[in-house]
Design a protein around this ligand. Structure first.
Ligand SMILES: Cc1cc2nc3c(=O)[nH]c(=O)nc-3n(C[C@H](O)[C@H](O)[C@H](O)COP(=O)(O)OP(=O)(O)OC[C@H]3O[C@@H](n4cnc5c(N)ncnc54)[C@H](O)[C@@H]3O)c2cc1C
Length: 544
């Protein structure tokens, strides 16, 4: 059996029987075939000694059970790693940061506590998935929708706690930003409510974020200060009408003006989430046109921008295509579309056209025809299936996301392409970034220019090379002022390291908090680059 860090086998056995008394034997998973289900299926350290496989997993059902587990953990100094639905693939999945730490799987805490479709909020437990939430709203004919990520099997709580994002209006799309109110079991086993929830009997737990005094909610995301057992979220009312338009332009540089206009339209709530693409990329799973592909390396191994542009013009392939959703009532949607079309007339050669439109409520047939189901909060696994394989023909074993945040600015995007291409050139690797690569997605006010590094379950050398390339990318991005917003445990220390303003004052500040709040270092050691004191010292001594 893998043991938790620093815990004697005899103590661990006693702790396991205490966990079994609290939860029942059936909710304490010690058998290897159960425990291995919590391995990170996309681990870039697969089958290496450092691969973070838990010792056991425990699955509480109530807040009181979570408190009891935390108390036992303190007694024996057993590190715990909480997950909600544990679907964080690409960013660590359900595995802990460190081999041997005990996973606290909150899937059984799956109560939908409240949904209000007049005041537009909900309060959920961590085990509620996006599918569960959607079904509940549909079954109860509620006129609200939740902003969701691509894969529908994750949870609003887990996703928000890793700063996840979705696809409607910006204020809902930032999932942590759209949360309101939290209940947390602290490392000493006490239950705390934040914001208005700190007022006993508060009526606005999920409506007003701040309550009174210091705002502490941020401490519980991408960190290790407690186990979140409830969260409120703001919800978007379903619109009466939805239409999807498509904007195309001809030249690479058009992106500069396009971004400027789209920023205005988005921030004024005239449009929803604009999806940037380039039709020069082949459809998912199809190879790139060989002529175009040859231009990616035809200038001493680097792309020939002129030849790429000429290829697009000659073959009448737009350089950029933006899918633009508009929400509202029918008249407002049409009026806004007219306005949007006029705004883009200043870009020579741009074309704007309607792709599809729907009146709500949607029929099953409408849903099956929808191009971007996520833009109306309809959970699915379509994109998940495609991306799992990478956007290449060869199936991959998984991937880790590299997710730097860059300014929402066309010039900076083009610069970012150049910088990425140079890095891969230096590394002697084929660049996954091309001169027509686009932001994968974005938070409210910034682009996220992500790429996925495909890993292997069989080729450890490949994974080592991948890790070196990833680490290089973190450094180069930081030199340019771009910082990752999220990372798999393998890279969390590296990412936090570059957030180094004033001699790492941010890290030193949270480390002080960690020492005060969790002196035994039992909650998620290493999560978000924050280590408890004893592990920090051990690392300095070179043991990690
Ligand atoms: C192809 C593909 C597409 C994706 N698309 C998106 C996307 O569009 N948007 C997006 O945001 N993500 C996306 N992801 C990433 C990921 O799949 C989702 O973010 C997913 O929702 C995360 O899983 P989860 O909700 O089950 O969170 P979990 O895995 O349960 O939690 C995430 C992390 O938060 C912490 N945590 C969870 N619950 C608690 C708790 N109760 N208390 C304290 N800490 C806790 C844990 O450390 C955990 O590792 C994508 C991944 C893939 C592979």
């Amino acid at each position: 059996m893998i043991l938790p860090n620093g815990v004697k086998e005899s103590d661990f056995k006693t702790a396991i029987s205490k966990f079994e008394n609290i939860l029942g034997k059936e909710n304490v998973f010690t058998d290897e075939k159960d425990v291995f289900l919590y391995r990170d299926a996309y681990s870039s350290e697969w089958n290496e000694e450092s691969e973070p496989i838990p010792s056991i997993a425990v699955a509480p059902k109530t807040v009181e059970e979570v408190q009891e587990i935390v108390k036992v953990a303190n007694e024996f100094k057993i590190p715990l790693f909480p997950i909600s639905t544990g679907k964080n693939l690409g960013y660590g999945s359900s595995a802990p940061n460190r081999r041997g730490d005990v996973v606290v799987d909150l899937k059984r805490m799956n109560k939908i506590i409240e949904v209000d479709d007049k005041r537009n909020f909900c309060i959920l437990e961590p085990g509620v998935s996006y599918f569960d939430f959607y079904k509940y709203c549909e079954d109860n004919n509620l006129n609200v929708m939740m902003d969701i990520p691509d894969p529908g099997w994750g949870s609003p709580v887990g996703n928000a706690l890793d700063h996840g994002w979705g696809y409607t209006y910006g204020m809902y799309r930032d999932h942590f930003g759209a949360h309101c109110g939290m209940e947390v079991v602290l490392p000493n086993g006490e239950v705390m409510r934040t914001g208005m929830g700190a007022l006993p009997g508060a009526k606005t737990f999920a409506e007003n974020k701040y309550g009174y005094g210091a705002y502490v909610d941020g401490l519980f995301a991408q960190s290790n200060f407690g186990i979140v057992t409830k969260m409120g979220f703001w919800l978007m009312p379903k619109p009466e009408y939805y239409a999807l338009y498509s904007l195309t332009t001809k030249r690479r540089e058009d992106i500069i003006k396009m971004v400027e206009i789209l920023n205005y339209l988005e921030d004024s709530f005239i449009i929803g989430w604009p999806l940037y693409r380039s039709p020069l990329n082949p459809p998912h799973g199809k190879p790139m046109n060989p002529e175009l592909e040859s231009y990616l390396t035809s200038k001493n191994g680097k792309p020939d921008l002129e030849k790429i542009q000429n290829y697009a013009l000659k073959n009448k392939i737009p350089y950029w295509q933006i899918d633009i959703p508009i929400y509202g009532n029918k008249e407002a949607v049409y009026a806004n579309a007219k306005y949007v079309e006029n705004r883009f007339k200043e870009i020579d050669g741009s074309e704007f056209k309607l792709v599809q439109e729907f009146a709500l409520p949607l029929s099953k047939e409408d849903i099956s025809k929808m191009k971007h189901k996520v833009s109306l909060g309809i959970p699915n696994m379509e994109i998940f299936w495609l991306s799992t394989r990478g956007e290449v023909l060869e199936p991959q074993d998984g991937h880790v996301w590299f997710s730097p945040i860059i300014p929402r600015d066309g010039k900076e995007l083009l610069k970012c392409q150049d910088v990425y291409i140079d890095v891969f050139h230096e590394l002697g690797m084929k660049s996954p970034i091309t001169p027509f690569a686009h932001p994968r997605s974005w938070m409210y006010h910034a682009f996220c220019f992500m790429l996925n590094f495909g890993n292997s379950r069989t080729d450890i050398e490949h994974n080592k090379k991948l890790r070196a390339a990833y680490r290089k990318m973190i450094e180069v991005a930081a030199e340019n002022g771009w910082g990752d917003y999220r990372a798999a445990p393998t890279f969390q220390d590296d990412v936090y390291n570059v957030y180094s303003f004033n001699n790492h004052i941010l890290r030193r500040f949270v480390e002080n908090l960690k020492d005060a709040i969790d002196p035994n270092g039992i909650i998620a050691p290493g999560r978000g680059g924050i280590w408890p004191k004893h592990a920090r010292e051990a690392k300095k001594g070179g043991t990690k």
